[in-house]
Design a protein around this ligand. Structure first.
Ligand SMILES: Nc1ncnc2c1ncn2[C@@H]1O[C@H](COP(=O)(O)OP(=O)(O)OP(=O)(O)O)[C@@H](O)[C@H]1O
Ligand SMILES: [Mg+2]
Length: 334
């Protein structure tokens, strides 16, 4: 069962370069969250800070009472075993077969027998659709297969918190759709808390329960998906619309003069439609997070912006109607 991750006032810089300041958010237990943000805003640095691989100079990351920033290194090391991290570049060892790559965390962190390791690794290889490729070297397979191998490796220790750094980068639209479904299916099977970093608008629109965005060294927003999807913050609207007009420039933020010049020529964005979230594949259990999330979100609904409020009420009303339609008629004996 997933574990809540509480981030409080996290601040990180490298030398004089400030990455982000005062980031606070909670990844709710067992829910799926997405972090958006233009290139270079520190999304990968954020993931690495959550598992204690990078040290922010201020703030806390609390997991089961352990602070991944300030606790003794041995507590951080133990807590890190709760995580599965899928790196942006796959981070596979080039000289090892996929099998050995995926088995690596088990050999490193557990004392399981080789037969047991084989069973677990083959199970994960099947989940990510790589059966038959286990003997290949990373250099002999496609980028998409390497991504999935990285995901399989992230899954071998039965993680309760899964972090995925751009699971879609380098994938074609069809493979991206499969990865989206795979992430939701994993959530249904494991009830793990998940954070996905992505630029992909289809993943952002269909996978998460919650969404946030990093920009200009701060967390612009984090909360139920409907908040970001209906947000009229210029940076959010520009990102979700994939437009050039707005505060995000090619290399960094634009200056005020450029922005003012654009404002006159701004074409209104197409109205944003909230598409339904993906459901687990047929035959899988329902996601346990759904009921918890509904209670949580309904408990905070009065504090949300009006557009988000009505989008949330809409979604849950539709779900309720769908549930009534699929219920067996009274007296059918079912
Ligand atoms: N170990 C490091 N030492 C110094 N600077 C670093 C280090 N790691 C990252 N940075 C800097 O931190 C900034 C944020 O990097 P990060 O990789 O987190 O961006 P990102 O949001 O993941 O970008 P992308 O979407 O392109 O992957 C960059 O300017 C990068 O150069
Ligand atoms: Mg990155």
């Amino acid at each position: 069962m997933g574990i809540e991750v509480v981030v409080e006032g996290l601040t990180k810089s490298f030398g004089k370069q400030s990455i982000w300041r005062d980031v606070s958010l909670t990844l709710p237990a067992g829910e799926v969250s997405v972090m958006l943000g233009p290139s270079g805003t520190g999304k990968t640095v954020f993931l690495k800070s959550l598992i204690g691989l990078l040290k922010p100079e201020k703030g806390r990351v609390l997991i089961n009472g352990v602070d991944m920033v300030n606790s003794p290194e041995k507590d951080i090391y133990e807590t890190r075993k709760l995580f599965g991290l899928m790196f942006q570049d796959g981070a596979l060892f080039g000289s090892m077969s996929l099998f050995d790559n995926i088995a690596f965390p088990l050999r490193e962190h557990t004392r399981k027998k080789e037969s047991e390791i084989r069973r677990i690794v083959m199970e994960r290889i099947e989940v990510v659709g790589l059966l038959g490729a286990e003997g290949k070297l990373p250099g002999e397979i496609s980028g998409g297969m390497r991504k999935r191998a990285g995901l399989a490796r992230a899954l071998v220790l039965d993680p309760q918190i899964i972090l995925c750094d751009e699971p879609d980068s380098g994938l074609d639209p069809v493979r991206t759709a499969y990865i989206s479904q795979l992430l939701i299916d994993l959530n249904a099977q494991l009830d793990a808390t998940m954070l996905i970093v992505t630029h992909n608008l289809d993943i952002a629109a269909t996978v998460p329960d919650n969404m946030g965005m990093l920009f200009l060294r701060r967390l612009v927003t984090f909360g139920p998906r409907e908040v970001l999807l209906t947000s009229d913050e210029p940076v959010v609207a520009q990102f979700l619309g994939g437009r050039r007009e707005g505060p995000i420039g090619m290399s960094e933020e634009k200056d005020a003069a450029t922005l003012a010049a654009e404002a006159g020529a701004l074409v209104p964005a197409a109205p944003r439609v909230i598409v339904p979230q993906l459901e687990p594949s047929p035959g899988l259990p329902p996601r346990q997070a759904v009921t918890r999330r509904r209670q949580r979100v309904m408990g905070m609904i009065d504090s949300l912006p009006p557009a988000a409020r009505s989008a949330i009420r809409d979604t849950y009303a539709k779900n309720a109607r769908a549930a009534t339609l699929t219920m067996p008629p009274a007296g059918s004996g079912a």
